[in-house]
Design a protein around this ligand. Structure first.
Ligand code: ATP
Ligand code: MG
Length: 471
């Protein structure tokens, strides 16, 4: 196999070769970079393995590289990193013991290249290219990694039970790579995952989440999630999602299976956005359907309030996944809470008041909310789909009209809590909130105009109603 390196890679590899030569080390580029090179996927994170000290080699390389670069190393782990022109270069000496990229265990035993390849997770990740003078560009493929790339197969280099028990996260990585690369997992490997699934329990949330996010960002995440479910892994870290599975019948009437519905929504949204958090919103939009499910005579199945309960669950789920608890979480929460609003607007007449309210509540995230709502249309009835899409078009036009006229997006009512407290000489109690909300509602409903004087008069009337007098 011939490799064509770009100019940067070519000069980089020559420098590494020179450095390794001076130290008398054999050196290889290995792992993800080689795999992605063959698959023609861009990467700028490169791993090098040498027979010798990775730190010494990295130091020499960093001295030889033109221009600036950042060098740091972890003595205990024998690894060193060089950042150069947007590339992340990692150097390590070949090792024998079980591989864990983020292992806290110091290295114990030096090994050969073959030892190092043995402890990698998959055949497609164990490929190495020789960078030595004599064999420059030669591929070292002891486990048929190239054939597996061609056949689009994920397979462990050793007995899968050994590979997976050394580091159970690899089970998740198998599914992540399958989903990212749209590969299949070889039968023995997958059977072993099923057998060993429960061992995932010992893996930290951070490591799990890294892989899950990569599945979510893959071209068709439903594939990865179905594999996670089939393998028995999903329930270990995401029981709420597994609980969406299944259909109940009452008087011969079933509801849709919310697990498969959610996955359809997720795939749909992936065609419209690469944003991780909007994709997470799709995963969580119906997450509270199971506990809110009721059968009502004459109406059928209802999931009343699932958007409210779901939004309430978001912080707990984010915390467990160690996802950021900042604006990102608030955004997902908002998407979940509001995901039924546009639909409810298209069912009735779309009033200006309803549109103003939606603009006020969704603010700058309204477009994303509409994207989620469109992805949420999974009906198999083309007539229905067309009707929904038409209604959304109408709604979108209406949003533009109302927005031009009323400027409600990012709007704040003309009277705030401070003014209310000063006017009535009251403390920050629940009353202040009640008066403030009433003013906001009156303006959004169009009962009073959106100006200070009207709002001030309204405030006086409302306060009186609540038994608050102006001193
Ligand atoms: P990506 O960068 O897209 O996440 P990658 O394959 O490059 O994919 P990295 O985590 O960067 O993954 O790891 C680089 C290489 O290190 C892998 O290709 C694999 O050979 C090895 N590796 C990483 N994690 C593990 C693991 N848990 N077990 C065994 N080998 C691993
Ligand atoms: Mg990588």
């Amino acid at each position: 196999m011939e490799f064509s390196f770009n100019t940067y890679e070519d000069s980089l590899f020559r420098i590494i070769q020179e450095a390794a030569d001076e130290l008398n080390y054999p050196v290889f580029v290995i792992g993800g970079y080689v795999r992605d090179k063959i698959l023609d996927r861009p990467t700028n994170d490169l791993d090098f393995v040498c027979k010798g000290s990775g730190i010494e080699l990295a130091k020499k390389v960093s001295e030889k590289l033109p221009g600036k670069n950042k060098f740091n190393y972890f003595k205990n782990f024998g690894t060193a990193m060089v950042n150069h022109q947007g590339y992340e270069l990692e150097f390590v000496g070949a090792r024998k013991e079980s591989y864990r990229r983020d292992s806290r265990k110091p290295i114990v035993e030096d090994g050969t290249l073959e030892d190092d390849q043995n402890r990698r997770d998959f055949t497609i990740n164990a490929l190495a290219i020789d960078l030595g003078k004599d064999k420059f560009g030669q591929l070292v493929d002891p486990f048929g990694g190239i054939a597996d790339i061609e056949a689009k197969i994920i397979r462990t280099p050793l007995d899968p039970d050994t590979t997976f028990s050394d580091d159970p996260l690899r089970m998740l990585r198998a599914i992540r790579f399958a989903s990212q690369l749209q590969f299949t997992i070889e039968e023995n490997t997958f059977d072993s995952i099923k057998r060993n699934a429960s061992r995932l329990e010992i893996i930290s949330a951070e490591r799990i989440t890294t892989e899950v996010n990569k599945i979510i960002l893959s071209p068709k995440p439903s594939y990865g999630f179905k594999l996670l479910d089939e393998a028995g892994l999903l329930g270990i870290f995401f029981r709420e999602m597994v609980a969406l599975k299944g259909v109940d019948y009452e008087n011969g009437l079933g509801h849709k299976d919310n697990f498969y519905h959610t996955l359809e929504v997720l795939d749909n949204i992936c065609e419209a956005t690469d944003d991780l958090w909007l994709r997470w919103s799709a995963i969580l939009h119906d997450i509270a359907k199971p506990p809110t499910k009721r059968f009502k005579k004459g109406i059928g199945w209802t999931f009343h309030g699932h958007e409210v309960v779901g939004a309430r669950w978001v912080p707990r789920i984010f915390k467990r996944f160690k996802l950021p608890l900042d604006q990102k979480m608030k955004y997902v929460q908002k998407m979940v809470r509001l995901h039924l609003r546009p639909i409810s607007l298209t069912n009735e007449e779309i009033t200006d008041a309803a549109v103003r309210r939606l603009l006020f509540d969704a603010g700058d995230d309204l477009e994303d909310l509409m994207t989620l709502c469109k992805a949420d249309i999974t009906s198999k009835n083309p007539k229905k789909v067309e009707r929904y899409l038409n209604n959304y078009k109408l709604l979108q036009q209406k949003i533009i009209d109302v927005e031009e006229r009323d400027h409600i997006r990012n709007w704040q009512p003309p009277i705030d809590g401070l003014l209310i407290m000063e006017t009535f000489k009251i403390k920050p109690t629940i009353l202040v909130g009640q008066i403030k909300d009433a003013i906001k509602e009156a303006i959004l409903d169009g009962d009073i105009p959106n100006d200070y004087d009207a709002a001030f008069d309204f405030m006086l009337t409302k306060a009186k109603e609540l038994g608050v007098e102006r001193p």
